[in-house]
Design a protein around this ligand. Structure first.
Ligand code: LP5
Ligand code: MN
Length: 240
């Protein structure tokens, strides 16, 4: 049996092919898994569980069907859907996890994260993140009318794109020391994350022992997943 990990689907109404690919995944390979972990940025942007966008209902229902088929589904927030809350979790059957979670999988300890907090060279992002993670600001934002929230999200996305266009690619990748620190903190030899959209398997050394960091790919034109079994940790890409 196997445990599956995906991230960075960035689902949005404007990208029906990605949605179709995800629905196919949920009705197919995911049904045979022991569990499915979604490591953030499932959605392109999330402005509250009360958003009536039909796509959200469709995705919730499809994930719920997976869970009701016997495959538990877990979610770690990304930097786009950090406001996804208990109401959507209930509707979809997903169990919400903290931003750093250690799993015991087939005798192996595996740390899972979205990955944005590893980008410690990106001071601008960390400052932004600290602000939008303030509970009082989130409460204030969620109390706004939906159309105002939509406008703010559009401005934030535009602001981010503009800021990113002036940043070096290195700054927007994980900091190697941050990776070692978090893996040593959790005493793991395996880390799986997303966010950077740079799928790869990186070998490193943690506590003088071989370790790996597996980065999931974003779902732009194909699917990407990590499959963990008792014998292997495999990063793969597949057509929608
Ligand atoms: O997301 P992406 O891939 O473009 O870049 C990310 C980092 N940017 C972000 C910002 C998100 O894209 C914004 C999404 C909002 C969705 C929901 C709204 C919820 C509002 C909640 C309010 C409590 O995460 C980017 C990183 C990059 O990853 C790589 O790691 O570099 O970080 C930034 O770009 C941060 C910038 O340095 C500063 C942020 C600019 C935002 C400007 C806001 C102005 C509008 C405010 C209106 C009131
Ligand atoms: Mn992300």
């Amino acid at each position: 049996m196997a445990t599956l990990f995906i991230a960075d689907l960035h689902l949005q109404t404007e990208e029906p092919a990605i949605t179709a690919g995800f629905l196919h995944f949920l009705h197919g390979v995911a049904r045979k898994a022991d569990a499915l972990y979604i490591l953030g940025d499932l959605f392109e942007a999330w402005i509250g569980d009360d958003d009536p966008t039909p796509l959200h209902r469709e995705i919730a229902s499809a994930i719920k069907a997976l869970v009701e088929s016997g495959v538990p589904c877990y979610f770690i927030h990304g930097n786009r859907d950090f406001l996804l809350g208990k109401r959507f979790a209930r509707e979809s059957g997903m169990q919400l996890l903290p931003e750093e979670k250690v799993l015991e999988l087939y005798g192996r300890r595996v740390l899972i994260m979205h990955g944005d907090t590893l980008c410690t060279d990106d001071a601008g992002y960390l400052a932004f993140r600290a602000k939008v993670h303030k509970p009082w600001l989130q409460k204030l934002f969620l109390a706004l009318p939906l159309f105002i929230r939509q406008r703010i999200a559009v401005k934030m996305r535009a602001g981010s794109k503009a800021a990113n266009s002036h940043k070096s690619l290195t700054i927007m990748d994980v900091n190697p020391d941050a990776v070692v620190n978090v893996m040593e903190k959790h005493q793991v030899q395996c880390l799986i994350h997303g966010h950077t959209h740079r799928p790869d398997v990186h070998e490193l050394s943690i506590n003088q022992t071989p370790a790996i960091r597996v980065v999931l790919g974003a779902w732009h034109t194909q699917g990407s997943m990590v499959k963990v079994t008792a014998d292997d940790i495999e990063l793969s890409h597949f057509p929608f």
